[in-house]
Design a protein. Structure first.
Length: 327
């Protein structure tokens, strides 16, 4: 990202930019930064945009070979083409001889780093991966946006906010805008504000359901499950996320019994430390053997559904009932 910023600052651009990675918000932000820097807003003659699979490489090459019309450069934006996931020999070869007036920007969801297109783009220009940002980076980002609006928030309430939003920056931005409107005229953003307006992501609803199960609150667990079904969440996805949560609880229990602290466990699981703090409260209620059995049961349930021996909705419900029964 710093390299792209330097290119924009110095007005020295590469002929090829490949923007990819899990963080869609950053991909779009840097795409727009490049476009704003490369093209005058009124210049539609020398800017072309393509999106989706099925684009003919020859058409792109023919356009790229067309000299810009009364301008210094021609810009071609290509989004989610699949060129970097599937073979595209013709375009990869063309990257070796790009005209100096050309700038091609690829914005891709999926990329094969072993493929010729990826290697050719890396050799010809600049490749930037936008990964999911860590919790420290996200916290600083949110604090900066709150600070610009003259607002403050405690560390604990920041953790609550990020627990609800997850790590997707686009979702964080949207939920923060709701908070800013809701707290207009007030300096402090409180937990009550967050609970009032912020939407809990599905994966976090799953965690709430797991907590209800571990607290032997069967009614709440089943109510949360029905809420997820009402939101059109596929039962198999719920089962997968439940299995993932219990697997993380099992690893937390294993590592804590070996003397590892919250930071090491958070690093191993790839979750924020405050999530592990919540896990610590849950695993106190379980023996390690019970958590291992739970993971096995979730895996077996998935197999029963896949082979048609059990319905998907019923399989998850049976597991919730079994593990929240209070026995």
């Amino acid at each position: 990202m710093k390299s792209i910023q330097e290119d924009i600052k110095n007005q020295q651009f590469k002929p090829v930019y490949l923007l990819f990675g899990e963080e869609a918000y950053l991909r779009q932000q840097y795409k727009q930064k490049l476009l704003d820097a490369l093209m005058p807003e009124e210049d539609t003659m020398n800017y072309s945009r393509y999106e989706g699979k099925g684009i003919e490489p020859r058409e792109i090459i023919d356009l790229a070979e067309t000299m810009p019309f009364f301008a210094d450069r021609r810009v071609i934006l290509l989004e989610d083409t699949g060129f970097f996931k599937n073979k595209c020999e013709e375009l990869a070869e063309y990257f070796k001889q790009l005209p100096d007036y050309l700038c091609m920007i690829f914005v891709e969801s999926e990329v094969d780093k072993r493929g010729k297109m990826y290697k050719a783009a890396k050799a010809a220009g600049r490749v930037t991966e936008f990964a999911v940002q860590n919790i420290q980076t996200l916290t600083r980002w949110v604090l900066q946006m709150l600070g610009r609006e003259g607002k403050r928030i405690t560390q604990r309430d920041m953790e609550l906010f990020l627990t609800k939003t997850g790590t997707d920056m686009g979702n964080i931005r949207m939920e923060l805008e709701k908070l800013l409107v809701y707290t207009m005229g007030r300096e402090i953003v409180s937990s009550a504000d967050i609970e009032a307006v912020c939407t809990t992501q599905t994966s976090n609803k799953i965690f709430d359901m797991v907590r209800a199960v571990t607290e032997r609150n069967q009614k709440k667990a089943l109510d949360l499950y029905n809420d997820l079904l009402t939101l059109k969440e596929p039962p198999m996805r719920i089962l997968f996320l439940l299995a993932k949560q219990f697997n993380q609880l099992m690893i937390t229990k294993e590592m804590s019994e070996k003397g590892y602290g919250q930071p090491e466990i958070a690093s191993q699981l790839g979750v924020p430390p405050f999530v592990v703090r919540n896990y610590f409260q849950i695993v106190k209620r379980y023996r390690l053997s019970q958590l291992r059995q739970a993971v096995e049961d979730f895996t077996e349930a998935e197999e029963l559904v896949k082979t048609g021996r059990l319905g998907d909705v019923l399989s998850v419900e049976l597991l919730i009932v079994e593990y929240s029964s209070g026995e």
